[in-house]
Design a protein around this ligand. Sequence first.
Ligand SMILES: [Zn+2]
Length: 362
Amino acid sequence: MHKIMIGPNKYIQGPEVIREAGAYIKLLGKKANLIGDKIVLPLLEQTLKEGLKKQNISTVVSIFRGECSNQEISRITGICREGKVDIVVGAGGGKTLDTAKAVGHYLKIPTVIIPTIAATDAPISSLAVIYGEDHSHQGYILLDKNPDLILVDTEIIANAPPRFFVSGMGDALATRFEAEACARSSGKNLPGGLPTLAAITLARLTYDILMEYGLEAKQAVEKKAVTPAVEKVVEANILLSGLGFESGGLAAAHAIQVGLTTAKEASKTYHGEKVAFGTLVQLIMEGRAMNETANVGKFCTAVGLPVTLSALGISTEEVSKIAEEAWKQNIMGNMPFPITPKLVSDCILVADSLGKSLMEGQ
Ligand SMILES: [Zn+2]
């Protein structure tokens, strides 16, 4: 098997980047369809349209209806086709961005991604997660390529609710451990190859940035401030973790995240919050030294990521079902040793106990 690494064509990050969007987007086409929901559009529609107009790019707007479903993708694809649009611009959270990526994929036109929160590493990946209109998880579309341009305005990100930013750190926390598991097991990354040294190095750097700057950055976004620490953690949450997970590979932490989505109260917690807990479980499964696992747990409690089942709204009765579902995931096979549902369930319970003792020690 060969090593494969993929990534977006261009990534630009900084405060008020949105004001210069036109200069970058003009290289891609002449007519843009901006996709955003009713909360996001007021934050950037006017600035973006003015910038594009200065570059002789006309803009039509599609208001996103809230779900990255096949129906929504074909509705917006139809609007773009009719309007002879040659660039799609998605602005918002994961579902809006995945919809924009899928529309660009089907129309074979350039895709521009403007994340308004740093809650996951989805903005840069070549994957769109598809849901039903009833919000049930339906599967994935593997896109031909990663987005052409990603514009990350740190001013907008720092003004979003801090819980999104913290959740993004939870998603990024797993990247190093999952990439290392794949490297040890010769597990496949998302493009179906082995991880490169570059991907593993970026995954490790993600972790180091979180440990050094995560808490300070969280405190800054609580004040809506854009500091050097915020810039570093935004890059870790979106770019480093995005490249690290896609080309490094996923393993137990994300498999446990999928298991956790089957719990009754699952929709009350974010993706990255579940991944953070999944990371603790993976470390326990790996038999890492107690101080290493506890350090990750301490980081979670310091920034406000959940370390107990009750913080995730989950009862101990649900654990065996969660473990069974996690065990079934293909990515669990990227762990470098045999896994049983019992091992997963035992390690979930131990992670919960460790989490409780960390919370008591606070
Ligand atoms: Zn994730």
